[in-house]
Design a protein around this ligand. Structure first.
Ligand code: NDP
Length: 503
């Protein structure tokens, strides 16, 4: 049962039913409570989702646990788990236009971005992790025993799936994030309960429909929608959940880490950032100026690695700031269904208020707005692309994640200060360096306290490259070979061999 919504340009968007997915079937919540869903571009109510309670979450976790313990799942060939992910990739490819429209309706981002970035990432991630399913391997270890008992000792390790994974995801890349948690869990033999953000759950519900169509065994992938403090918290507190894979704010990540101590859950936390784009005096400005703009404005700045601090050598400060401002002024805002639009709205009125308040305080603290600085329309949660000049490290906007299309430019007076300026926040997610001097690029990269450094580019994420942050930007890594450690535990098996067996 699902409804259709019409949008300008004749786009008909199918809304998934307001249910939760438990043990291979769609269910209502135990107490019938619902959450209204709004189109961020029009502020119209477009749907409802279930507000799952702790009781619903418990049912989902119990189902995931039963399936995890079942011999059918334990004995499924790794290649066959990979094949399930491949089947899902094919279904998402088939439905990519529909899914992209739904993402645009729910999150606001332009359709071309939903289709060419979010859906492409989702499909790639399923294939990438599908390939990993058959590549789990342990080690064979020769031991040096203390006791001389005439035996020879050997050990091997195997990697065991952690168990039930709770995947708690945000609203900025909703489907991609859900798959980023679910695909490695399935590839490595875990089962999963997903809890998408209440701000953008619709494509994760459609994912559930496709999981059933692909023939995933019942209980391997469960989806509960609802409030973070209720459904999310219930997942974090549940003793049968062995790992939480979370992307979102640092404040929520800290709560999750503290709560996880009770049951000693494994956690990966991909949290906020305040990433600098650093433009050195010798940078090629034909690359650096559009590069710096592209580091902050896509997805309306709602990107954890966004280059929200622009550190520029004083000798080229005005030229760079002017260039980025011109690009910002030219960006077209509007409905994500209008093909000429480059930036959609922010996801929610709450996000609009947060961005507005941080910018207003930045201006009060002395930052100069060169463009933007306010709401862009009376209807819809649109915020103007904003360039603030004259930033200083002590300003709140230089320290807190804005998660909006807002960049704070700061001049580098002395190259010796770059390291301290760049590292001067509680975050450590990403940074970019713009220079034509390969020596400077690599020597500076080594000084930056963060998870990813880009050189002459920004925001390039690749499934083969480990991703995560230092300091308050998180714990652990996703992507690449590192992800194996996030979803599996090593188990050592030690054996004594009789040395005399062959003389
Ligand atoms: P949250 O961290 O609160 O939300 C992320 C996810 O966590 C959502 O699914 C949310 O559910 C859930 N959640 C919230 N509280 C709990 C809890 N106690 N236990 C378990 N899960 C919980 O981010 P917000 O949506 O509040 O956004 C605030 C700020 O966070 C943004 O302005 C931005 O700075 C940052 N952020 C960073 C992201 C990143 O990619 N690193 C992504 C999103 C936000 P629900 O939404 O239903 O409350």
């Amino acid at each position: 049962m699902s409804a259709m919504i019409e949008r300008a340009g004749g786009a008909a968007v199918r809304i998934p039913a307001a249910k939760i997915l438990i043990d291979g079937d769609w269910h209502d919540s135990a107490d019938g409570r619902m959450i209204a869903v709004y189109d961020p571009a029009t502020e119209e109510k477009i749907a409802e989702i279930v507000a799952a309670s702790a009781t619903d979450v418990d049912r989902a976790v119990q189902a995931a646990h039963r399936t995890f313990e079942s011999s059918a799942w334990q004995n499924m060939r790794p290649l066959d788990r990979g094949h399930l992910l491949e089947k899902l990739a094919l279904l998402i490819e088939r439905d990519a236009d529909d899914l992209a429209r739904l993402e645009t309706l729910d999150n606001g981002k332009p359709f071309a971005v939903s289709r060419n970035v979010d859906m492409k990432f989702a499909i790639d991630a399923l294939r990438y992790y599908g390939g990993w399913s058959s590549k789990m391997a342990g080690e064979y270890i020769q031991l040096s025993p203390i006791a001389d008992d005439g035996g020879t000792y050997r050990a091997y390790t195997e990697r065991k799936p952690v168990g039930v994974v709770g995947g708690i995801t945000p609203w900025n890349f909703p489907l991609g994030q859900a798959i980023q948690k679910m695909a490695p869990a399935i590839a490595f033999g875990c089962t999963v309960v997903l809890k998408p953000s209440e701000e953008a759950s619709l494509t994760t519900l459609r994912l559930g429909e496709l999981v059933l169509e692909a023939g995933f065994p019942e209980g391997t992938v469960n989806i509960v929608t609802g409030y973070g403090h209720e459904a999310g918290q219930a997942l974090v507190d549940h003793p049968l959940v062995r790992k939480i894979a979370f992307t979102g704010s640092t404040a929520t990540g800290q709560k999750i880490l503290a709560a996880s101590a009770q049951t000693m859950k494994r956690v990966t936390l991909e949290l906020g950032g305040k990433s600098p784009a650093i433009v050195l005096a010798d940078a090629d400005l034909n690359l650096a100026i559009p590069g710096a703009a592209n580091a902050i404005f896509p997805n309306s700045g709602q990107v954890c690695t966004a280059g929200s601090r622009l550190l520029i050598d004083a000798s080229i400060y005005h030229e760079v700031v002017q260039g980025v401002t011109e690009i910002a002024r030219d960006l077209k805002l509007g409905s994500g269904f209008d093909p000429s639009v480059q930036l959609g709205p922010l996801v929610s009125s709450r996000q609009l208020e947060r961005v507005s308040a941080l910018v207003a305080q930045g201006i009060d603290e002395g930052a100069e707005p060169l463009c933007g600085g306010g709401r862009a329309a009376d209807t819809g949660y649109f915020y103007q692309p904003t360039v603030l000049s004259g930033g200083r490290g002590g300003m709140r906007i230089a320290q807190e994640e804005v998660f909006g299309p807002v960049v704070l430019a700061m001049a580098i007076q002395d190259p010796q200060d770059i390291k301290s300026l760049a590292n001067d926040t509680a975050f450590g997610l990403g940074a970019s360096i713009w220079t034509q001097d390969i020596n400077k690029a690599h020597l500076l990269a080594a000084q930056l306290d963060c998870g990813t450094v880009w050189i002459n580019t920004h925001n390039v994420l690749d499934l083969a490259m480990p991703f995560g942050g230092t300091k308050l930007s998180g714990l652990g890594r996703e992507f690449g070979t590192e992800v194996i450690h996030a979803y599996t535990e090593p188990r050592a098996v030690c054996m004594r061999l009789e040395t005399t067996a062959f003389g």
